[in-house]
Design a protein around this ligand. Structure first.
Ligand code: ADP
Ligand code: ADP
Ligand code: ZN
Length: 214
């Protein structure tokens, strides 16, 4: 089972992907995580992406297509993958079609997390994650079960993202509206889009996704 999670920043893509990884042993392919790892490692790509990401703009299609294509060559994706944050433009959607055809892979569902934009700044400003395993949390909606200890790996170190400030979030939403939402019809034409109410509590969103995946 291979899926795309589609939705604006803060819609809950990472949260739901992380649960599917835990519960179904699927593989999460987050281009945002891959780019942040490149920034942290100080690679050529990281150096190019850093300022663009901090501003909330989109990194170039060529860079993102390149890192995703390489990732799709790793064997673990046979467990089923979740695209989280990719594709984000029409060019990326076309590249993905080409990559999947070349590698003999297919998509089962595009799950659209439908959310109310007003909720997104609130969600993103409360977002933090485990510094070791990246599990996502929220100051009010998703705290670790034991305060200060990651549920998944037991780490006591957490981090917040440099681009989770109101100004960058507004830019990211504008980018989503202008460039990412317009790719939905491409998948609607293939009959694989499933819409989920992303405003429901985290567990209910997860249940709706489970109902789709079967
Ligand atoms: P995305 O990957 O789409 O940008 P995240 O999964 O990181 O979004 O979610 C953004 C923040 O909102 C996180 O702090 C997460 O804990 C929280 N969150 C995710 N889904 C929900 C939900 N359904 N209700 C309330 N908060 C949520
Ligand atoms: P969110 O879901 O909160 O928007 P992501 O972690 O998916 O955050 O992305 C963070 C940033 O990384 C984006 O604002 C953008 O700069 C860059 N990025 C991630 N994925 C892509 C992509 N597919 N195309 C272009 N830029 C991307
Ligand atoms: Zn952890």
């Amino acid at each position: 089972m291979n899926i795309i999670l589609l939705g604006p920043p803060g819609a809950g893509k990472g949260t739901q992907a992380s649960r599917l990884v835990e519960e179904r042993k699927m593989v999460q392919l987050s281009t945002g995580d891959m780019l942040r790892a490149a920034v942290a490692a100080g690679t050529e790509i990281g150096l190019q992406a850093k300022r663009v990401m901090e501003a909330g703009e989109l990194v170039s299609d060529a860079i993102v297509d390149g890192i995703l294509s390489e990732r799709l060559d790793q064997e673990d994706i046979a467990r089923g993958f979740i695209l989280d944050g990719y594709p984000r433009t029409a060019v990326q959607a076309a590249s993905l079609d080409r990559m999947l055809a070349e590698k003999g892979l297919h998509l089962d569902h595009v799950i659209e997390l439908a959310v109310d934009e007003d909720a997104l700044v609130d969600r993103i400003s409360g977002r933090f994650s485990c510094a070791v395993c990246n599990t996502p949390y929220h100051d009010r909606y998703q705290l670790p079960k034991v305060e200060g200890v990651c549920d998944v790996c037991g780490s006591t170190e957490f981090k917040r993202r440099a681009d989770d400030n109101e100004e960058a979030v507004r830019t990211r939403m504008a980018e989503y509206r202008a460039k990412t939402a317009p790719i939905l019809p491409h998948y609607e034409a293939q009959g694989i889009v499933r819409r989920v109410d992303g405003m429901a509590p985290i567990g209910a969103v997860g249940q709706a996704i489970d109902d789709i995946l079967g």
